[in-house]
Structure formats: structure tokens, C-alpha cells
Design a protein around this ligand. Structure first.
Ligand SMILES: NC(=O)c1ccc[n+]([C@@H]2O[C@H](COP(=O)([O-])OP(=O)(O)OC[C@H]3O[C@@H](n4cnc5c(N)ncnc54)[C@H](OP(=O)(O)O)[C@@H]3O)[C@@H](O)[C@H]2O)c1
Length: 241
């Protein structure tokens, strides 16, 4: 890590409005890091995010998801850290289809994250790129969600930027405002089964797949973002707690 990252970090947070992202913005500000929270310009909750992030002392940026515009923004902000915390879900994709729009893991989780990565590269700021990937990512997977992340990870490793990749399992908690009953119940059942597995001796397996809250994950992501020794690391779920 360059000395500037250690002394005067400036973070640009994409996906700042998400369950994890909003906590990352809070933890960054609590840590005294100058923070730019990105909110898409057409967000129906833009005023609410302005108030919420503004109260934390974060700058709000509403650059559209356009390659040139994002590159110009990152060249202006010159962040020392870029957080890539965005992603869609099947539910969001269905809602988009109802509006006649197309959203997929390929277009959002891969496409927009690649756009951000390319903008970070061309900005010339050489920021540390902190990418929120997922447990189970591997090359050659036929799962579209994991494949989007595998492709971003590959591009990031080839980008020349300093990076940290985090691979959590379920990211959930009672404080998630978007209801995801299936995900939440799956995490509760999995956590219970993994608790039993841990008691039966499978501690590493249990630690790898247990869920994590947005707050705990944000703490880990900010700690890793600011830790010079974390550069180039792929951090699996058990090391995020
Ligand atoms: N949830 C899990 O169990 C889990 C596990 C492992 C990894 N992850 C990954 O971790 C990341 C963050 O997860 P999370 O649960 O914190 O996410 P989340 O609450 O679903 O938030 C998603 C973020 O992505 C943005 N986004 C979604 N679709 C977009 C689009 N078409 N254009 C622009 N922005 C868009 C959202 O912006 P708006 O608010 O404006 O919609 C929001 O900031 C995701 O990549 C997710 O796949 C999640």
C-alpha cells in the first residue's frame, strides 16, 4: 500500500445503499475516513440517502453507471480505496423485468462492477479495490451468480490494482430492511446445523459457511481496507468474523 493510503485515506463506496454498503459508510466515517457514498441518480430513496449519509459526514455522489462518467468521477475524487459492494438478486431482476428493464448477475454483479474496476484503473489514482465476492466462487462454475464473481475476481487480479477480495457466506440479520424471508430462514437453519457440526468437530466447515451480519462484515471490510498487510488477500468467510 502506498503511504498516502495509510495517512489520508479517501474511500469511494459503490453499493453504499445496500445492507452491507450503508454499514461500510458508517464504519468508515466512525474511523475518520473521508468517504464518498455512491447512490444511483434514479434512486427513489435519493433524498433519504442524502440525509442519512450527510448526517454521517459522507459526501454523496450520483454519477450514472456510465463508463466515461464513472472514470471522470474517480479521476476527480482520487480515492485511495474503492469498495465494490453491489449486486442484484433474482427478486430485483423479476421486478426489473416487470418494468421492461433487464437486470441480471451478468449485467449488474459482473457488468457494473467491471465498469467500476475499469474506471478505477483509468483514474490513475491506483486505489486499493475492495471487492465483496461470495463464498464458493470458483473457475468453471455453471452457477450464474458465482460465475459473475469469478469473472470479476479474475479481472481484478489482472488489473494491476492493489486489491482485497472478501468471500462471505450468507450476509443477513434481523436488521435487513428488505424482507428476504427465504434467505433469512435458510441462514438460520444453516447456522443451527453448522453449530451442531462444530460441536461434532467440524469447526472449520462451520466457520466457513456460518452467516454474518452487515455490521460485522462492514467492520471486517474496513479493517481489511486499511490494513497494509491485507493487500492481495482473498479472505474467506471464516476470517471475516
Ligand atoms: N446477501 C448475501 O447473503 C450475500 C452473500 C455473499 C455475497 N453477497 C454479495 O455482497 C454484495 C452486497 O450484498 P448486500 O446483501 O449488502 O446487497 P443489497 O442489500 O442487496 O444491496 C445491493 C446494492 O447494489 C445496488 N444495485 C443493485 N442493482 C443495481 C443496479 N441495477 N444498478 C445499480 N446499483 C444496483 C443497490 O442499489 P439500490 O439501493 O439503488 O438498488 C445496493 O446498493 C452483493 O454483491 C451480494 O451479491 C451477498
Amino acid at each position: 500500500m502506498s503511504p498516502e493510503v495509510a495517512s489520508m485515506p479517501t474511500a469511494f463506496v459503490a453499493g453504499a445503499t445496500g445492507y452491507t454498503g450503508r454499514e461500510v459508510v458508517r464504519v468508515l466515517r466512525d474511523s475518520g475516513v473521508s468517504t464518498v457514498a455512491h447512490v444511483r441518480p434514479d434512486s427513489p430513496r435519493l433524498a433519504e440517502w442524502r440525509a442519512r449519509f450527510g448526517a454521517l459526514g459522507a459526501e454523496i455522489d450520483t454519477t450514472p453507471w456510465d463508463a466515461e462518467a464513472m472514470a471522470a468521477t474517480l479521476a476527480r475524487v482520487k480515492p485511495t480505496i474503492v469498495f465494490a459492494l453491489l449486486g442484484t438478486t433474482r427478486r430485483r431482476a423479476r421486478k426489473a423485468a416487470e418494468r421492461g428493464a433487464t437486470e441480471s448477475y451478468a449485467s449488474v454483479d459482473h457488468g457494473l462492477t467491471r465498469l467500476l474496476l475499469d474506471a478505477a484503473v483509468t483514474s490513475g489514482a491506483q486505489p486499493r479495490f475492495v471487492y465483496l465476492s461470495a463464498a464458493g466462487v470458483r473457475e468453471g462454475t455453471r452457477n450464474a451468480y458465482l460465475d459473475a464473481r469469478a469473472r470479476v475476481e479474475r479481472a481484478l487480479r489482472a488489473s494491476g490494482l492493489p486489491f482485497v477480495i472478501a468471500r462471505p457466506s450468507f450476509v443477513t440479520g434481523p436488521d435487513r430492511d428488505e424482507p428476504r424471508p427465504l434467505e433469512r430462514s435458510a441462514a438460520i437453519v444453516a447456522d443451527a446445523a453448522l453449530g451442531l457440526a462444530a460441536r461434532l468437530g467440524a469447526r472449520r466447515l462451520a466457520a466457513r459457511w456460518r452467516s454474518i451480519t452487515g455490521t460485522a462484515l462492514a467492520d471486517a471490510l474496513v479493517r481489511l481496507a486499511l490494513d497494509p498487510a491485507a493487500e492481495g488477500r482473498i479472505v474467506e468467510a471464516d476470517a471475516l468474523r
